[in-house]
Design a protein around this ligand. Structure first.
Ligand code: FEO
Length: 373
């Protein structure tokens, strides 16, 4: 990525990763970005976040398009997952004078990942840092996305540097949300929320409560496009998603099939619900990666899972999907297990048991013997 000036004194200096197609198990058909920002306040230079280790050289080149790296006075490290901290050791080694503003959890994580000796300054909730004309306010946000996460608000510019929150895995030829377009922005945002943020609804509620009173002109996340035109759309959506307010009229059916019986059932169930006027989305796990279903699972009240029986188990594709979904834990849903079998049929009960373990209201399971056409 070349450097992009987003305000008179503020630059996006991070890296693009357009070719990454699997991001820790999550399919990223449009790649991603590791956004970081350089803020200049008079003679002070503040670096916000880092990039994945493989992009360190590119990152340093970007910074040095503006100033020599040694001119950086301090680093704000909002989160230490390796996609945001991989370049930190190389950067910090060249500017040991620069304190790293971070949470206590981040300080611990930096030492665990990269060893001792980092010049960390642990921030307290609500702590501010005045750099001259600018005031940075820190909002620790545990579990949005990791225990160490925090958001940073630049008061005078009304910019929220939100790190993982409000991000999207997308790397297209655009910097801002209005360039991406609202429809695609929301599709990428819900996909991201479903695969990254979904388990942490209560923590999202807490951080929304803290940032909603702020005047925000721009949200600069660490992935995807910067929000300036559609902030309200994304924040409103997060408010719904973190309260598990799913669409009562939407049904998602996810299945795989051996001899076509479970597929036949999936299509029949879909037709029944379409006849009732419901918005039904059907995913066959032969054709889609399990992570591509998660955006729809954030929005759908009803989730029906079709599991053929293979050697007394679910098919591996369905087992993988259910394991993944269980970890992300959509709540307050209505579930149903269905499937066909040749001679035993255990998979339907196995799928049902996992859905029950998530606290979902369950419809009666449907199963049938089917030996193909
Ligand atoms: Fe983008 Fe939690 O890392």
């Amino acid at each position: 990525m070349s450097v992009i000036k987003i305000r008179d004194n503020i630059y996006a200096v991070g890296a693009q990763d357009p070719d990454v197609r699997i991001f820790h198990g999550y399919k990223t058909p449009f790649g991603t970005t590791y956004n970081t920002y350089l803020v200049q306040d008079g003679g002070k230079n503040i670096l916000i976040d880092n990039v994945k280790a493989a992009f360190t050289e590119e990152y340093i080149r970007n910074i040095e398009e503006i100033i020599p790296l040694e001119k950086i006075d301090l680093i704000i490290q909002n989160h230490i997952e390796p996609d945001h901290s991989g370049s930190l050791p190389a950067i910090a080694a060249r500017i040991p004078h620069a304190p790293i503003y971070c949470t206590a959890g981040a300080q611990k994580g930096i030492a665990a990942y990269y060893g001792p000796g980092f010049n960390c300054h642990v921030v307290k909730p609500g702590e501010t840092l005045c750099t001259g004309n600018y005031t940075f306010r820190f909002f620790p946000a545990p579990m949005v996305h990791w225990p160490d996460s925090m958001l940073t608000y630049l008061e005078e510019e009304k910019i929220l540097f939100s790190n993982d929150a409000f991000g999207q895995h997308v790397c297209l030829d655009c910097t801002y949300d209005d360039e991406l377009g609202l429809e695609r922005l929301m599709e990428r945002a819900v996909n991201y929320y479903g695969n990254i943020i979904l388990p942490f609804g209560m923590q999202v509620q807490k951080i929304l409560g803290q940032v909603e009173p702020l005047k925000i002109d721009m949200i600069c996340p660490s992935h995807g496009v910067i929000l300036r035109a559609h902030i309200a759309d994304v924040v409103y959506a997060y408010d719904r998603w973190c309260h598990d307010q799913a669409d009562e009229n939407r049904v998602v059916i996810v299945y795989d099939t051996m001899w076509g019986g479970t597929e036949k059932m999936a299509n029949e169930i879909a037709e029944e619900h379409r006849e009732q006027g419901q918005d039904v989305r059907v995913y066959c796990l032969r054709d889609v990666h399990y992570s591509e279903v998660m955006g729809d699972l954030v929005e759908a009240k009803s989730i029906f899972i079709g599991a053929s029986t293979l050697n007394r188990n679910m098919m591996p594709t369905v087992a993988a999907f259910i394991t993944y979904m269980k970890g992300l834990w959509p709540k307050k849903r209505t579930g149903m297990a269905f499937g066909s079998y040749g001679w035993s049929g255990e998979s339907i009960g196995q799928a049902e048991e996992i859905m029950q373990s998530l606290g979902w209201e369950m419809l009666p399971q449907r199963k049938m013997v089917y030996m193909g056409l």
